[in-house]
Design a protein around this ligand. Structure first.
Ligand SMILES: Cc1cc2nc3c(=O)[nH]c(=O)nc-3n(C[C@H](O)[C@H](O)[C@H](O)COP(=O)(O)OP(=O)(O)OC[C@H]3O[C@@H](n4cnc5c(N)ncnc54)[C@H](O)[C@@H]3O)c2cc1C
Length: 392
Protein backbone atom coordinates (compact mmCIF):
# COMPACT_ATOMS: atom_id res chain seq x y z
CA UNK A 1 0.00 0.00 0.00
CA UNK A 2 1.43 3.38 -0.95
CA UNK A 3 1.13 6.42 1.29
CA UNK A 4 0.44 10.13 0.90
CA UNK A 5 2.69 12.64 2.62
CA UNK A 6 1.58 16.25 2.55
CA UNK A 7 4.08 19.02 3.18
CA UNK A 8 2.28 22.27 3.96
CA UNK A 9 4.40 25.23 2.86
CA UNK A 10 7.09 25.31 0.19
CA UNK A 11 9.66 27.50 1.93
CA UNK A 12 13.14 26.59 3.19
CA UNK A 13 11.89 23.89 5.59
CA UNK A 14 9.05 22.52 3.46
CA UNK A 15 11.07 22.12 0.27
CA UNK A 16 13.92 20.51 2.21
CA UNK A 17 11.49 17.98 3.72
CA UNK A 18 9.84 17.29 0.36
CA UNK A 19 13.17 16.75 -1.43
CA UNK A 20 14.41 14.45 1.33
CA UNK A 21 11.18 12.40 1.29
CA UNK A 22 11.06 12.20 -2.49
CA UNK A 23 14.68 11.03 -2.51
CA UNK A 24 13.97 8.21 -0.06
CA UNK A 25 10.53 6.97 -1.16
CA UNK A 26 9.50 4.95 -4.23
CA UNK A 27 7.82 6.88 -7.06
CA UNK A 28 4.33 5.51 -6.30
CA UNK A 29 4.34 7.18 -2.86
CA UNK A 30 2.72 10.60 -3.08
CA UNK A 31 4.83 13.52 -1.77
CA UNK A 32 2.92 16.77 -2.34
CA UNK A 33 3.80 20.31 -1.29
CA UNK A 34 0.90 22.71 -0.84
CA UNK A 35 2.20 26.26 -1.30
CA UNK A 36 0.16 29.43 -1.78
CA UNK A 37 2.92 31.44 -3.49
CA UNK A 38 3.98 30.91 -7.10
CA UNK A 39 7.67 31.23 -6.13
CA UNK A 40 10.09 30.02 -3.50
CA UNK A 41 11.44 33.01 -1.56
CA UNK A 42 14.85 32.93 0.13
CA UNK A 43 14.78 35.63 2.83
CA UNK A 44 18.52 35.83 3.70
CA UNK A 45 19.16 37.48 0.32
CA UNK A 46 17.04 40.50 1.36
CA UNK A 47 20.12 41.69 3.28
CA UNK A 48 22.11 41.73 0.04
CA UNK A 49 19.28 43.35 -1.92
CA UNK A 50 19.04 46.24 0.57
CA UNK A 51 22.60 47.34 -0.20
CA UNK A 52 22.39 46.77 -3.96
CA UNK A 53 24.31 43.46 -4.10
CA UNK A 54 21.25 41.93 -5.79
CA UNK A 55 19.69 44.00 -8.55
CA UNK A 56 17.24 41.32 -9.73
CA UNK A 57 15.53 38.23 -8.31
CA UNK A 58 18.52 35.89 -8.78
CA UNK A 59 19.02 34.00 -5.51
CA UNK A 60 16.00 35.75 -3.96
CA UNK A 61 13.00 34.12 -5.65
CA UNK A 62 12.52 31.26 -8.08
CA UNK A 63 9.22 30.10 -9.65
CA UNK A 64 8.14 26.73 -8.27
CA UNK A 65 7.44 25.55 -11.83
CA UNK A 66 11.24 25.67 -12.34
CA UNK A 67 11.93 23.00 -9.72
CA UNK A 68 14.40 20.48 -11.13
CA UNK A 69 12.63 17.51 -9.54
CA UNK A 70 9.59 16.98 -11.71
CA UNK A 71 8.41 14.09 -9.53
CA UNK A 72 7.79 16.52 -6.67
CA UNK A 73 4.10 17.41 -6.75
CA UNK A 74 3.42 21.09 -6.13
CA UNK A 75 -0.14 22.09 -5.35
CA UNK A 76 -0.35 25.83 -5.80
CA UNK A 77 -3.22 26.46 -3.38
CA UNK A 78 -3.73 28.01 0.01
CA UNK A 79 -4.16 25.78 3.05
CA UNK A 80 -7.32 26.95 4.78
CA UNK A 81 -7.65 24.39 7.58
CA UNK A 82 -5.93 21.29 8.89
CA UNK A 83 -7.84 18.52 10.64
CA UNK A 84 -4.94 16.76 12.37
CA UNK A 85 -7.07 14.07 14.04
CA UNK A 86 -8.28 12.87 10.63
CA UNK A 87 -5.05 13.83 8.80
CA UNK A 88 -7.07 15.93 6.37
CA UNK A 89 -6.10 19.23 4.77
CA UNK A 90 -8.62 21.67 3.33
CA UNK A 91 -7.22 24.00 0.68
CA UNK A 92 -8.79 26.85 -1.28
CA UNK A 93 -9.77 24.27 -3.94
CA UNK A 94 -9.91 20.73 -2.50
CA UNK A 95 -9.79 18.38 0.46
CA UNK A 96 -6.85 15.99 0.73
CA UNK A 97 -6.44 13.00 3.01
CA UNK A 98 -2.91 12.06 4.07
CA UNK A 99 -0.99 9.45 6.03
CA UNK A 100 1.57 11.98 7.28
CA UNK A 101 1.47 15.79 7.41
CA UNK A 102 4.52 18.04 7.78
CA UNK A 103 3.45 21.57 8.66
CA UNK A 104 6.11 23.98 7.38
CA UNK A 105 4.06 27.12 6.91
CA UNK A 106 6.55 29.49 8.51
CA UNK A 107 5.57 32.65 10.32
CA UNK A 108 3.15 35.13 8.78
CA UNK A 109 3.91 38.87 8.73
CA UNK A 110 1.24 41.14 10.20
CA UNK A 111 2.45 44.70 9.37
CA UNK A 112 -1.06 46.19 9.44
CA UNK A 113 -1.37 45.50 13.18
CA UNK A 114 1.01 48.43 13.84
CA UNK A 115 -0.63 51.73 12.96
CA UNK A 116 1.48 53.48 10.33
CA UNK A 117 3.77 50.53 9.47
CA UNK A 118 2.48 50.04 5.92
CA UNK A 119 2.41 53.79 5.25
CA UNK A 120 5.79 54.87 6.56
CA UNK A 121 8.07 51.89 7.07
CA UNK A 122 10.27 50.07 4.54
CA UNK A 123 9.76 46.37 5.18
CA UNK A 124 13.13 44.59 5.44
CA UNK A 125 11.29 41.24 5.46
CA UNK A 126 9.85 41.21 1.95
CA UNK A 127 11.35 41.33 -1.53
CA UNK A 128 9.83 44.66 -2.54
CA UNK A 129 10.78 46.24 0.79
CA UNK A 130 14.41 45.11 0.44
CA UNK A 131 14.70 46.64 -3.05
CA UNK A 132 12.94 49.82 -1.87
CA UNK A 133 15.46 50.16 0.97
CA UNK A 134 18.30 50.13 -1.55
CA UNK A 135 16.64 52.84 -3.68
CA UNK A 136 16.23 55.04 -0.58
CA UNK A 137 19.73 54.41 0.81
CA UNK A 138 21.26 55.25 -2.57
CA UNK A 139 19.80 58.74 -2.47
CA UNK A 140 20.07 59.33 1.28
CA UNK A 141 22.85 61.75 2.19
CA UNK A 142 22.00 63.25 5.57
CA UNK A 143 19.75 62.60 8.59
CA UNK A 144 18.48 59.82 10.84
CA UNK A 145 18.07 56.20 9.72
CA UNK A 146 16.09 54.11 12.19
CA UNK A 147 15.83 50.33 12.20
CA UNK A 148 12.79 49.23 14.12
CA UNK A 149 11.98 45.82 15.59
CA UNK A 150 8.25 45.98 16.25
CA UNK A 151 7.55 42.73 18.14
CA UNK A 152 9.22 39.49 19.22
CA UNK A 153 9.68 36.73 18.20
CA UNK A 154 10.76 37.33 14.60
CA UNK A 155 12.66 35.18 12.11
CA UNK A 156 16.44 35.45 12.14
CA UNK A 157 17.17 37.36 15.37
CA UNK A 158 20.46 38.90 14.11
CA UNK A 159 18.90 40.31 10.88
CA UNK A 160 17.93 43.81 12.17
CA UNK A 161 21.44 44.27 13.56
CA UNK A 162 22.96 42.99 10.32
CA UNK A 163 20.84 45.58 8.49
CA UNK A 164 22.34 48.27 10.76
CA UNK A 165 25.93 47.12 10.10
CA UNK A 166 25.25 46.95 6.35
CA UNK A 167 23.71 50.45 6.36
CA UNK A 168 26.79 51.76 8.19
CA UNK A 169 29.09 50.11 5.61
CA UNK A 170 27.01 51.31 2.65
CA UNK A 171 27.08 54.91 3.89
CA UNK A 172 30.83 54.81 4.62
CA UNK A 173 31.48 53.56 1.09
CA UNK A 174 29.25 56.32 -0.29
CA UNK A 175 31.06 58.96 1.79
CA UNK A 176 27.97 60.15 3.71
CA UNK A 177 28.40 58.35 7.02
CA UNK A 178 29.47 61.40 9.09
CA UNK A 179 26.17 63.15 8.30
CA UNK A 180 24.03 60.14 9.16
CA UNK A 181 22.84 58.82 12.52
CA UNK A 182 21.95 55.11 12.58
CA UNK A 183 19.83 53.71 15.45
CA UNK A 184 18.18 50.40 16.27
CA UNK A 185 15.07 50.33 18.49
CA UNK A 186 13.87 46.98 19.81
CA UNK A 187 11.62 45.54 22.51
CA UNK A 188 14.45 43.08 23.26
CA UNK A 189 16.63 43.53 26.37
CA UNK A 190 19.69 42.94 24.21
CA UNK A 191 20.26 41.54 20.70
CA UNK A 192 19.51 37.84 20.18
CA UNK A 193 18.24 37.19 23.73
CA UNK A 194 17.90 33.42 23.29
CA UNK A 195 21.69 33.27 22.69
CA UNK A 196 22.27 34.69 26.19
CA UNK A 197 23.46 37.96 27.68
CA UNK A 198 27.15 37.47 26.78
CA UNK A 199 26.44 37.29 23.05
CA UNK A 200 23.97 40.16 23.48
CA UNK A 201 26.65 42.31 25.14
CA UNK A 202 29.12 41.42 22.35
CA UNK A 203 26.58 42.69 19.80
CA UNK A 204 26.03 45.89 21.78
CA UNK A 205 29.79 46.53 21.78
CA UNK A 206 29.99 45.81 18.04
CA UNK A 207 27.16 48.27 17.40
CA UNK A 208 28.96 50.91 19.51
CA UNK A 209 32.18 50.24 17.57
CA UNK A 210 30.30 51.09 14.37
CA UNK A 211 28.77 54.22 15.94
CA UNK A 212 25.28 52.68 15.80
CA UNK A 213 22.91 53.65 18.63
CA UNK A 214 20.99 50.83 20.29
CA UNK A 215 17.79 51.46 22.28
CA UNK A 216 16.60 48.23 23.94
CA UNK A 217 13.23 47.61 25.63
CA UNK A 218 11.32 49.95 23.33
CA UNK A 219 7.90 48.57 22.42
CA UNK A 220 6.23 50.27 19.52
CA UNK A 221 2.86 52.01 19.88
CA UNK A 222 2.46 53.72 16.51
CA UNK A 223 4.33 55.10 13.56
CA UNK A 224 3.65 58.49 11.96
CA UNK A 225 5.30 60.45 9.19
CA UNK A 226 8.83 61.01 10.59
CA UNK A 227 7.73 60.16 14.16
CA UNK A 228 7.52 56.98 16.27
CA UNK A 229 5.66 56.63 19.59
CA UNK A 230 6.69 53.92 22.05
CA UNK A 231 4.72 52.31 24.86
CA UNK A 232 7.07 53.94 27.44
CA UNK A 233 5.70 57.32 26.29
CA UNK A 234 8.85 58.36 24.45
CA UNK A 235 8.69 59.76 20.95
CA UNK A 236 11.47 59.93 18.41
CA UNK A 237 11.88 61.39 14.95
CA UNK A 238 13.38 59.70 11.90
CA UNK A 239 14.12 60.49 8.26
CA UNK A 240 14.26 56.92 6.92
CA UNK A 241 12.57 54.01 8.65
CA UNK A 242 13.42 50.33 8.08
CA UNK A 243 11.17 47.92 9.95
CA UNK A 244 10.70 44.31 10.95
CA UNK A 245 6.92 43.76 11.04
CA UNK A 246 5.14 41.72 13.72
CA UNK A 247 5.17 37.96 13.10
CA UNK A 248 2.57 35.38 14.05
CA UNK A 249 1.43 31.90 13.16
CA UNK A 250 -0.32 31.63 9.78
CA UNK A 251 -4.09 32.07 10.07
CA UNK A 252 -4.83 28.52 8.88
CA UNK A 253 -2.71 27.10 11.69
CA UNK A 254 -4.49 29.24 14.30
CA UNK A 255 -7.94 28.43 12.84
CA UNK A 256 -7.09 24.72 13.08
CA UNK A 257 -6.54 25.00 16.84
CA UNK A 258 -2.90 23.90 16.55
CA UNK A 259 -1.28 26.81 18.43
CA UNK A 260 -0.84 27.19 22.18
CA UNK A 261 0.20 30.03 24.51
CA UNK A 262 3.49 30.33 22.59
CA UNK A 263 1.47 31.62 19.64
CA UNK A 264 2.90 28.89 17.39
CA UNK A 265 2.58 25.10 17.08
CA UNK A 266 4.22 23.42 20.10
CA UNK A 267 6.65 20.83 18.78
CA UNK A 268 8.74 18.10 20.36
CA UNK A 269 12.36 19.34 20.51
CA UNK A 270 13.82 16.14 19.04
CA UNK A 271 11.12 14.70 16.78
CA UNK A 272 9.04 17.78 15.85
CA UNK A 273 5.81 15.90 16.55
CA UNK A 274 2.98 18.27 17.44
CA UNK A 275 2.50 18.51 21.22
CA UNK A 276 -0.36 19.37 23.54
CA UNK A 277 1.60 22.36 24.82
CA UNK A 278 5.09 23.74 24.56
CA UNK A 279 5.75 22.81 28.20
CA UNK A 280 4.52 19.21 28.09
CA UNK A 281 6.16 16.61 25.93
CA UNK A 282 2.89 14.77 25.27
CA UNK A 283 2.44 14.04 21.59
CA UNK A 284 -0.96 15.25 20.46
CA UNK A 285 -1.38 13.39 17.16
CA UNK A 286 0.52 10.65 15.42
CA UNK A 287 1.99 11.41 12.02
CA UNK A 288 1.66 15.21 12.34
CA UNK A 289 4.85 17.27 12.53
CA UNK A 290 5.61 20.99 12.71
CA UNK A 291 8.98 22.28 11.51
CA UNK A 292 10.72 25.62 11.06
CA UNK A 293 9.34 29.02 11.95
CA UNK A 294 5.80 27.75 12.48
CA UNK A 295 6.95 25.54 15.37
CA UNK A 296 7.63 26.58 18.98
CA UNK A 297 10.32 24.69 20.88
CA UNK A 298 10.91 25.49 24.52
CA UNK A 299 14.58 25.51 25.55
CA UNK A 300 15.90 24.39 28.93
CA UNK A 301 16.43 28.02 30.03
CA UNK A 302 12.77 28.86 29.31
CA UNK A 303 13.45 30.73 26.06
CA UNK A 304 12.37 29.49 22.63
CA UNK A 305 14.51 28.09 19.82
CA UNK A 306 15.18 31.07 17.50
CA UNK A 307 13.45 31.06 14.13
CA UNK A 308 16.16 30.22 11.59
CA UNK A 309 16.43 28.42 8.27
CA UNK A 310 19.31 26.21 9.41
CA UNK A 311 17.05 24.80 12.11
CA UNK A 312 14.12 24.39 9.69
CA UNK A 313 16.44 22.47 7.38
CA UNK A 314 17.74 20.06 10.03
CA UNK A 315 14.26 19.54 11.44
CA UNK A 316 13.04 18.75 7.92
CA UNK A 317 15.70 16.04 7.49
CA UNK A 318 14.87 14.57 10.91
CA UNK A 319 11.15 14.38 10.16
CA UNK A 320 11.72 12.95 6.67
CA UNK A 321 13.96 10.18 8.04
CA UNK A 322 11.44 9.29 10.73
CA UNK A 323 8.48 9.21 8.33
CA UNK A 324 10.40 6.88 6.01
CA UNK A 325 11.42 4.69 8.97
CA UNK A 326 7.78 4.45 10.09
CA UNK A 327 6.66 3.55 6.57
CA UNK A 328 9.28 0.80 6.48
CA UNK A 329 8.17 -0.45 9.91
CA UNK A 330 11.50 0.57 11.46
CA UNK A 331 12.19 2.58 14.61
CA UNK A 332 11.89 6.34 14.08
CA UNK A 333 15.28 7.09 15.60
CA UNK A 334 16.31 10.42 14.04
CA UNK A 335 16.53 13.32 16.49
CA UNK A 336 17.06 17.04 15.94
CA UNK A 337 19.87 18.20 18.23
CA UNK A 338 19.24 21.95 18.48
CA UNK A 339 22.60 22.87 16.96
CA UNK A 340 23.12 25.39 14.17
CA UNK A 341 25.58 27.77 12.59
CA UNK A 342 24.84 31.23 11.23
CA UNK A 343 26.90 34.02 9.69
CA UNK A 344 26.25 37.54 10.87
CA UNK A 345 26.90 40.30 8.32
CA UNK A 346 28.95 43.09 9.90
CA UNK A 347 29.86 45.13 6.79
CA UNK A 348 33.19 45.56 4.98
CA UNK A 349 32.53 42.29 3.13
CA UNK A 350 32.80 40.39 6.41
CA UNK A 351 30.59 38.18 8.56
CA UNK A 352 31.02 36.66 12.01
CA UNK A 353 30.36 32.94 12.36
CA UNK A 354 28.02 32.10 15.22
CA UNK A 355 27.63 28.51 16.44
CA UNK A 356 24.93 27.51 18.84
CA UNK A 357 24.04 24.45 20.88
CA UNK A 358 20.56 25.54 21.85
CA UNK A 359 19.66 22.35 23.74
CA UNK A 360 22.58 22.70 26.16
CA UNK A 361 21.74 22.68 29.87
CA UNK A 362 21.18 24.94 31.77
CA UNK A 363 21.26 27.41 28.85
CA UNK A 364 22.26 27.52 25.17
CA UNK A 365 25.97 27.70 24.44
CA UNK A 366 26.58 30.19 21.65
CA UNK A 367 29.91 31.45 20.40
CA UNK A 368 30.73 34.20 17.92
CA UNK A 369 33.98 34.13 15.96
CA UNK A 370 35.76 37.34 14.89
CA UNK A 371 34.46 38.64 11.54
CA UNK A 372 36.18 37.45 8.37
CA UNK A 373 35.76 37.54 4.61
CA UNK A 374 35.68 33.71 4.56
CA UNK A 375 32.62 33.69 6.82
CA UNK A 376 30.79 36.05 4.46
CA UNK A 377 31.60 33.70 1.59
CA UNK A 378 30.27 30.80 3.69
CA UNK A 379 27.05 32.78 4.26
CA UNK A 380 26.58 33.15 0.51
CA UNK A 381 26.99 29.38 0.11
CA UNK A 382 23.41 29.08 1.43
CA UNK A 383 22.31 30.50 -1.94
CA UNK A 384 23.42 27.23 -3.55
CA UNK A 385 19.93 26.03 -2.63
CA UNK A 386 18.83 27.65 -5.92
CA UNK A 387 21.24 25.66 -8.08
CA UNK A 388 20.39 22.46 -6.18
CA UNK A 389 16.63 22.82 -6.47
CA UNK A 390 15.88 25.01 -9.48
CA UNK A 391 16.47 25.28 -13.16
CA UNK A 392 17.16 29.04 -12.92
C1 LIG B 1 16.43 39.10 6.33
C2 LIG B 1 16.49 37.66 6.76
C3 LIG B 1 17.71 37.02 6.82
C4 LIG B 1 17.79 35.68 7.22
N1 LIG B 1 19.01 35.06 7.27
C5 LIG B 1 19.10 33.78 7.70
C6 LIG B 1 20.35 33.13 7.75
O1 LIG B 1 21.40 33.68 7.39
N2 LIG B 1 20.38 31.85 8.22
C7 LIG B 1 19.25 31.20 8.62
O2 LIG B 1 19.34 30.05 9.06
N3 LIG B 1 18.03 31.80 8.57
C8 LIG B 1 17.93 33.06 8.11
N4 LIG B 1 16.70 33.67 8.04
C9 LIG B 1 15.50 32.96 8.53
C10 LIG B 1 14.98 31.94 7.53
O3 LIG B 1 14.78 32.53 6.26
C11 LIG B 1 13.68 31.35 8.05
O4 LIG B 1 13.89 30.91 9.35
C12 LIG B 1 13.25 30.19 7.18
O5 LIG B 1 12.84 30.67 5.92
C13 LIG B 1 12.14 29.38 7.83
O6 LIG B 1 11.74 28.37 6.96
P1 LIG B 1 10.24 27.81 7.02
O7 LIG B 1 10.16 26.78 5.96
O8 LIG B 1 9.89 27.48 8.41
O9 LIG B 1 9.34 29.07 6.63
P2 LIG B 1 9.27 29.88 5.26
O10 LIG B 1 10.56 29.86 4.57
O11 LIG B 1 8.68 31.20 5.63
O12 LIG B 1 8.23 29.07 4.38
C14 LIG B 1 6.88 28.97 4.71
C15 LIG B 1 6.07 28.80 3.45
O13 LIG B 1 4.73 28.46 3.79
C16 LIG B 1 3.87 29.13 2.89
N5 LIG B 1 2.54 29.25 3.50
C17 LIG B 1 2.21 29.97 4.61
N6 LIG B 1 0.89 29.86 4.84
C18 LIG B 1 0.39 29.08 3.85
C19 LIG B 1 -0.92 28.62 3.55
N7 LIG B 1 -1.99 28.94 4.29
N8 LIG B 1 -1.08 27.82 2.46
C20 LIG B 1 -0.02 27.46 1.66
N9 LIG B 1 1.23 27.90 1.91
C21 LIG B 1 1.43 28.68 2.99
C22 LIG B 1 4.56 30.47 2.68
O14 LIG B 1 4.09 31.10 1.49
C23 LIG B 1 6.01 30.07 2.62
O15 LIG B 1 6.45 29.82 1.31
C24 LIG B 1 16.60 34.99 7.58
C25 LIG B 1 15.36 35.64 7.50
C26 LIG B 1 15.30 36.96 7.08
C27 LIG B 1 13.97 37.63 7.01
Amino acid sequence: MTKTILVLGGGWGGLTAAHALRGMLPADYRVAVIEKRKSFVFYPSFLRAMIGEKKDLTHIESPLKNLLRKDLEIINEEVIRIDPANKTVYTSAQTIQADFIVIAMGAELYPATIPGFNEYCLNLYDTKGAFDIYEKLKNFTKGKITILVTRTPFRCPPAPYEAAFLTDWFMREKGNRKDIEISVYSPEKYPMPSAGSQVGELFVQMLKGHNINFYPEHSIKSIGANKISFANNTEITYDLLIGIPPHGAPKAVVDSGLTDTSGYIPAHPQTMQVLDSVDELTTRYSGIFAIGDTAAIRLLNGAFLPKGGVFAEEEAHTVARNIVAQIKGEKAAAQFNGKGVCYVDVGDEMAAEGSGDFYAYPAPIVSLEPPSKESRKAKHEFERIFETWFNQ
